[in-house]
Design a protein around this ligand. Structure first.
Ligand SMILES: [Zn+2]
Length: 244
């Protein structure tokens, strides 16, 4: 997850002559010097999948494909994540509702309540902390899949196509048990009955899987607790519950 240390807005000038609007001054929302919203005042915050990256020739929502996000609460964090529930509806939605380009490089955004209030003040119309819906269990699992190495899971929306043969071992107490747990986390997200935040035990450590790529690649997967805590970032952990 990307936890920005600097959040600011900047003015920029766009040439909209292609759409007969002349030059236009817009406000960008910038996190750690990366443009997150390219025209903050033109965002339709009431849309189902909010478009953070607008077409720079016309600034009309929906003109360009992609650039879309879901805004969710996870404990006391505000997360900007791909709009998974829309993307899974079909091939067209997967492309049209794809996340912004910055998310593929920097990762999904995670804001503390105070950093979200900076964002909220800079983006008129953005939701207040209290009005943001909590992430569903399927969304937190799909976020975990999104953050897995693409060499292991080439299509983050299809966890059944994970390349299990690439995993050499884990550094947990028992690699076989770790892999049983990991396979469970990559089963259909609808088979889970819920999730909860948690904090790993103080004496636990981060278990990694090791992938057999051109150089062996370490992938942190969960905590070493008997009931492992899934790690989204240093300060975001969760456990899932099975149905029934
Ligand atoms: Zn356009």
């Amino acid at each position: 997850m990307w936890t920005p240390s600097k959040i600011e807005s900047r003015n920029a000038t766009l040439d909209l002559s292609v759409s007969a609007q002349g030059h236009c001054t817009i406000r960008q929302l910038v996190c750690d010097d990366v443009v997150v919203c390219n025209a903050a005042d033109f965002i339709d915050w009431s849309a189902r999948a909010v478009q953070f990256e607008l077409c720079e020739a016309c600034l009309v929502a929906g003109c360009g494909g992609g650039g879309r996000v879901a805004i969710r609460r996870f404990g006391d964090r505000v997360l900007i994540i791909p709009d998974f529930s829309t993307m899974i509806q079909g091939d067209w939605e997967t492309t049209e509702d794809a996340p912004p380009r910055w998310m593929k490089k920097q990762g999904p955004l995670s804001f503390s309540p105070s950093s979200w209030s900076v964002f909220h003040s800079a983006c008129v119309g953005s939701p207040s902390f209290d009005s943001i819906s909590p992430a569903s269990t399927a969304e937190v699992l799909r976020l975990y899949h999104f953050m897995a190495p693409r060499s292991f899971l080439p299509d983050h929306l299809s966890p059944s196509l994970a390349k299990w043969d690439l995993i050499l071992c884990t550094n947990g107490h028992d690699s076989e048990i770790d892999l049983v747990h990991l396979r469970r986390l990559f089963s259909d997200p609808s088979t889970f009955g819920g999730h909860e935040f948690c904090t790993p035990q103080p004496d636990s450590y981060t278990v990694s899987a090791f992938l057999d790529l051109s150089t062996v690649t370490e992938w942190p997967i969960f905590s070493s607790d008997p009931d492992p805590a899934v790690i989204l970032s240093d300060d975001i952990h969760f456990r899932v519950k099975l149905n029934g």
